[in-house]
Design a protein around this ligand. Sequence first.
Ligand code: HEM
Length: 421
Amino acid sequence: KNLDIPRDHTIDGSINLLAEGYTYALDRRQKLQSDIFQTRLLGQPAICMGGKEAAELFYDRERFQRGGAIPKRIQKSLFGEKGVQTLDGQAHAHRKQMFMSLMTPDRLQMIQDIVRQQWQSAAIRWQSTVQLELVDEAQEVMCRAACQWAGVPLREQDVKTIANDLASMVDAFGAIGERYKEGRDARQRTEQWVTELVELIRANRVQVAEQTAAHVISWHRDLDGELLDAKVAAVELINIIRPIVAISYYVVFSAHALHVYPETRQKLVESFENGEATYSQWFVQEVRRLYPFTPILGANVRKEFTWKGYHFPEGTTVLLDVYGTTHDPQLWEEPQQFRPERFADWDGSPFDLIPQGGGDHRHDHRCAGEWLTIDVMRVSLEFLAGHIEYEVPEQDLTIDLSRMPALPASRFIMSHARPKT
Ligand code: HEM
């Protein structure tokens, strides 16, 4: 006999999720003392679950599919339509292979070199400013680096608008009203620009190097042997440059952690001086674990099944509590503490440290850019802790977890940024 999935009696989960933000699912899991609960999303029955076993279940390709699971409003702002996120089965495997082919050791080395050099140029620009907001600066650095690495020509006079548009798409994901509209408009402008670029590349009117994302995606052939529709190619190329700009959130969180946990700065500096990457790797992992970014992920039940006595009817929307899994006290000792050292004895499980999704990079929907993100964060951290000095004036550094995506309220103001002597 099937067990009843504990029920959350609020009227509609979507409203609660948007209002409460990152803690929505973990709060309910704790209140109901269950890693799984049922709710309603836009009137339809839905299941929400979190924790390591739930993550493992969520990535079972036999039981779940992504097709039909991503809300239209997210496709119109954050993701775009008909991109890799919406595919299943062989179509997904083939498209994902295209993304993963961009993540070779050579190409990952290249993005690190580009990012390092972009931070150095930024530091030179900063010499004439007393005060700056790290959010804006990091977005600009990442936008320049993303376009350079991906082979997307970027005119100097467009850097700020493009950086802004790419960031607006990310900023829209948990929004309704004006902030959502900004993200949707930003996507329309960006898709138009990048679709034209794809067409110019195909017409040989713009030359791009062979290993770049712009080249690979423009010339990628689908399982039917056809080039991608130019607009879909644009969506996929934006799936490279937009999330590189999103790494700026993690850069700002890294700066926040350096400031709030100053004892970590000295350990980092020592590790950089010894040319030793272990501690900075732990630091980066801990930033990705502790700081909020992806709240939840969604999929639909492909074929009904029973798990731990609970029935999952076909077609049901199932949410995976990503934030709650990286803050789960059953998985992480004192989960609210920033303790990079905890990674000294982490077993590398694909189902507990899941800020960028779980499972396998090649075969599941797990983030194609996770390795790149970690590398870029490490280089950026080395810049912040090792190459410059700055003051952090009095400001409101609180991070409001009900706002998705979250950032420090003050957007991290730094003053007198200067090369380290
Ligand atoms: C997928 C998070 C950076 C490219 C994802 C997913 C998450 C995520 C949660 C979905 C996993 C799933 O559906 O199971 C993040 C975060 C980032 C980041 C928090 C850093 C701030 C990047 C970067 C790139 C990238 C730098 C590319 C250069 C992708 C792609 C997918 C994806 C192409 C779709 C994969 C698929 O559907 O198979 N990311 N990501 N991401 N990410 Fe990232």
